[in-house]
Design a protein around this ligand. Structure first.
Ligand SMILES: Nc1ncnc2c1ncn2[C@@H]1O[C@H](COP(=O)(O)OP(=O)(O)O)[C@@H](O)[C@H]1O
Ligand SMILES: Nc1ccn([C@@H]2O[C@H](COP(=O)(O)OP(=O)(O)O)[C@@H](O)[C@H]2O)c(=O)n1
Length: 225
């Protein structure tokens, strides 16, 4: 395979985007970029510094003095915030509950999109998020909008949390996921929505292997085109 393409995977919380994106990137020898991790990292810093999460200006000013790096490692990526590994910390409920408010700011999104586009320049890439097909990589050769029922997504996140000793009740997780989807879909700047030319994939009845296979098949078709 000589040609390399850009693959954009968007969808609501806990649909399986990052799990599948990692597998697809590994199979194709592409880099994987988890854009949600970048929004989580700046949210962690905002919480630590006590800035007003509702202020676009304060959020923008914070970003200017912040360095976020995504380092590819085996099986995924490491997230560095001002040089410190925060890969685990950014998954806490504390950050999860605040991230959609921070990600709604125009100044935050502008800077993140610039960084993401730079990371994807001239290479085979699988990038997952909420606005990748619509704003970050509008020319991506393959766009997938991945979803699953909110019940199934909450169940999956519950199982994942258990392995990390996070014991948030299922019903609370489902509420948090539904609230975040609503905020992400209703914000003014680059809301979560399916790009016109994206393929819709409902992963509710699929295993991880089946969902990855479906996307790899679409990628092969684009690579042959
Ligand atoms: N098709 C699937 N079937 C079962 N579990 C899945 C499937 N896809 C993902 N998962 C699990 O669901 C959880 C959430 O997936 P994740 O990739 O983090 O979602 P997202 O990146 O969309 O938030 C993970 O624990 C993952 O292993
Ligand atoms: N491209 C992106 C990626 C994430 N985000 C924001 O970041 C949050 C966390 O994204 P994530 O992908 O880590 O979330 P999970 O689906 O893994 O829970 C989302 O709920 C959005 O508010 C965004 O606005 N745009």
């Amino acid at each position: 395979m000589t040609k390399a393409i850009q693959i954009a995977i968007d969808g609501p919380a806990a649909a399986g985007k990052s799990t599948i994106a990692k597998i697809v990137a590994e199979k194709l020898g592409y880099i994987y970029i988890d854009t949600g991790a970048m929004y989580r990292a700046i949210t962690l810093k905002a919480l630590n510094e006590g800035i007003n999460l509702g202020s676009n200006e304060e959020a923008g000013a914070l970003l200017v003095k912040t360095e976020i790096d995504l380092i590819p490692v085996e099986g995924g990526q490491k997230v560095l915030l001002d040089g410190k590994d925060v890969s685990e910390e950014i998954r806490s409920q504390h950050v999860t509950k605040a991230v959609s408010q921070m990600a709604a700011h125009e100044l935050v999104r502008k800077r993140m999109v610039e960084l993401q586009q730079k990371l994807a320049e001239d290479r085979g890439v699988v990038m997952d998020g909420r606005d990748i097909g619509t704003h970050v990589l509008p020319g991506a050769a393959l766009k997938v909008f991945m979803s699953a029922t909110v019940e199934e997504r909450a169940r999956r996140r519950f199982e994942e949390n258990k392995k990390r000793d996070i014991l948030t009740p299922l019903v609370e997780l489902q509420e948090e996921i539904a609230m975040r989807d609503k905020m992400d879909s209703e914000r003014e700047v680059a809301p979560l929505k399916q790009a016109q030319d994206a393929v819709f994939l409902d992963t509710t009845p699929l295993t991880i292997a089946e969902a990855a296979e479906a996307i790899l098949k679409l990628a092969q078709e684009r690579l042959m085109a």
